[in-house]
Design a protein around this ligand. Structure first.
Ligand SMILES: Cc1cc2nc3c(=O)[nH]c(=O)nc-3n(C[C@H](O)[C@H](O)[C@H](O)COP(=O)(O)O)c2cc1C
Length: 200
């Protein structure tokens, strides 16, 4: 798909049909994510892919409040999610990388020295590439924060302490092309209000 069209078509889909997503497509999404740039070429963003339907259901129930998914007017079709991808934020990998000899003069082997948390920046870049590849493949996805059940999710994913999911990406075939969520209530800000020339 042509790139500008891909950018314009990208939006969060919170309701899917029950049509399966091929494992090759899921892997293509992951490959797009891991091509993202990374600070010091740390390549610290790893992904956890979940395609087992029982596990997908359990995880979605775990990270939301009881009954909410089934009753939500916007998210009920999220239970048809065919794959979950967790971009994993790996802070220790970045602190270790910036302690290596070619990075020693940055003084960034310690967390307090970082101008921005590049471990989060990198996981975000990777997630964005994944979301654009979703559009390219004619699929739909939503990125959600994890507000509930983080500790139990850590165990369920067998995620070592110190590593955290950036959030959760739910993937499937979109049930609708209509905008949902905040864009259905808020206007998109235009370039004149968002782009500053020469100074703020
Ligand atoms: C950091 C971040 C967290 C988000 N968390 C959620 C969430 O928990 N649940 C949800 O339905 N959408 C979530 N979204 C999606 C946003 O609501 C959505 O991107 C925004 O309203 C713009 O809509 P669009 O992506 O469809 O253009 C999140 C997006 C971002 C970037």
């Amino acid at each position: 798909m042509e790139f500008d069209r891909t950018l314009r078509r990208r939006r969060m889909h919170r309701s899917f049909t029950d049509e399966p997503v091929k494992i090759e497509q899921v892997l293509a999404l992951c490959e797009a994510a891991i091509r993202a740039p990374s600070a010091g070429f740390t390549q610290g963003t790893e992904l956890i892919v979940v395609t087992d339907p029982g596990r997908i259901g359990n995880i979605l129930e775990l990270i939301t409040t009881e009954g909410w998914l089934r009753n939500s007017p916007t998210h009920s079709g999220l239970l048809n999610t065919q794959a979950l991808i967790f971009p994993i934020v790996n802070k220790p990998a970045y602190l270790a990388r910036y302690g290596e000899p070619d990075k020693a003069d940055t003084g960034m082997a310690f967390e307090d020295a970082w101008p921005q948390p590049y471990w989060t920046v990198d996981a975000s870049f990777a997630t964005m590439q994944l979301l654009l590849k979703v559009v390219d493949l004619g699929l739909g996805a939503t990125f959600m924060g994890i507000y509930h059940g983080a500790d139990r999710l850590q165990d369920l994913l067998a995620l070592p302490r110190g590593l955290e999911p950036l959030g959760i990406v739910c993937i499937g075939h979109p049930a609708s092309t209509l905008a949902t969520g905040s864009p259905s209530r808020r206007k998109r800000r235009g370039p004149a209000t968002l782009i500053h020339h020469e100074h703020w």
